[in-house]
Design a binder for this molecule. Structure first.
Ligand code: NI
Length: 172
């Protein structure tokens, strides 16, 4: 397993790409999954999409285990949300590609997802609460969508500008 570097704002050119489906979860995909997991644990974070390490494939990893608990990684390829609840829930979200920025986001409380797991097996998962939020956040990444797209334009513009400015200062 290799830790890869995480792409952050202001590099929207990569983060805004729409990722392509995997043909199957083969040995190369499993290596990608393992690198993503190691990168996510190292960050640390609870979810990571392949595009965040610059790979435009529809793959994501999630692990909601708390510190001290046994790790419970979830490997998800080609996810499709097949049902979403009308009930919404609010979570303060963050993103490894937008470090140190957190904001409340409202999303469907429960979702059902079809996907391929690490063994290329077709799975169905019904998630609620934080897991549902996390999966929706990561699936958004596969479509080039960031959680700041779900907040007000004013707040979004402010955070994007902050990262542009920081990058510019770093180059001077
Ligand atoms: Ni994210």
């Amino acid at each position: 397993m290799t830790t890869r570097s995480i792409i952050t704002l202001p590099d929207e050119k990569i983060l805004r790409q729409v990722s392509k489906p995997l043909k199957q979860v083969d040995a190369a995909a499993r290596t990608l999954f393992d690198d993503m997991l190691e990168t996510m644990y190292d960050a640390p974070g609870i979810g990571l999409a392949a595009i965040q390490i610059g790979v435009p494939l529809r793959a994501l990893v999630v692990d909601l285990a708390k510190e001290g608990e046994d790790k419970k990684p979830l490997f998800v390829a080609n996810p499709e949300i097949v049902a979403s609840s009308a009930e919404l829930s609010d979570y303060e979200e963050g993103c490894l590609s937008i470090p140190e920025f957190y904001e409340m986001v409202q999303r469907p409380r429960d979702i059902t997802v079809h996907y391929l797991d690490r063994n290329n097996e077709a799975m169905e998962l019904t998630a609620t609460g934080l897991l549902a939020t996390c999966l929706q956040h990561e699936i958004d990444h596969l479509n080039g969508v960031l959680f700041i797209d779900h907040i007000s334009k004013l707040k979004r513009d402010r955070v994007v500008k902050k990262f542009q400015k920081a990058a510019k200062l770093g180059k001077l």
